[in-house]
Design a protein around this ligand. Structure first.
Ligand code: URA
Ligand code: SF4
Length: 183
């Protein structure tokens, strides 16, 4: 068992449990408030994240930050992490076995942060955490409660960059989170 997030990060930094270790510039562990009420889980680092070592610092991250800011929530209030901590080549989806290899770190991040709410950003996060029987189109915007944690699946912010129409659903989903926090 880990006592602190920093302890997990030290393991992650030297991790070679899957082949994604080969091409990384650096690992991308997670960032934000270590006792956040809301945790966001994405897929894995992209180019910008691999260079900077922080999740969601590229284009899709900026879009997500703006949406939260519009709802009165700062990025620093949240805890942000990914399914895999090393960048998949050419931004491909993480493979099942890579997600499984990396899951113990995320599980321990959740145990230490103890969020009330986990926002699952996109299909990879949804299926890796809640199971392959879930699909993002059907599940987005609906609360799923498991072991005292409220999960809210929504679109990955990169999907909004490809399809503007998804922005309104994304906004409404984030609004559900804010309303839940203010309950
Ligand atoms: N996309 C993700 O899923 N995670 C990041 O950290 C950046 C982009
Ligand atoms: Fe280890 Fe996760 Fe990186 Fe794979 S993606 S090498 S399991 S830290």
């Amino acid at each position: 068992m880990y006592e602190t997030l920093e302890e997990i990060n030290e393991e992650v930094k030297k991790c070679t449990k899957c082949k994604l270790c080969k091409n990384r510039t650096q690992t991308v562990f997670g960032t934000g408030n270590p006792s956040a009420r809301v945790m966001l889980i994405g897929e894995g680092p992209g180019l910008d994240e691999d260079i900077q070592g922080e999740p969601f610092v590229g284009k899709s991250g900026k879009l997500m930050n703006e949406a939260f800011r519009g709802l009165g929530i700062n990025r620093e209030d949240l805890y942000i992490a990914n399914i895999v901590k090393c960048r998949p080549p050419n931004n491909r989806n993480p493979e099942k076995e890579e997600a499984i290899a990396c899951m113990d770190y995320l599980r321990n991040q959740v145990i230490l942060v103890k969020p009330e709410i986990i926002v699952l950003l996109g299909s990879v996060a949804l299926k890796s955490i809640l199971g392959d029987e879930y699909g993002i189109t059907k599940s987005r915007g609906k609360w799923i409660i498991k072991k005292d944690i409220k999960y809210l699946p929504t679109f990955h912010p990169a999907a909004l960059l490809r399809d503007e129409h998804k922005k309104i659903d994304f906004w409404n989903d984030l609004k559900l989170v804010v309303d839940e926090l203010n309950k």
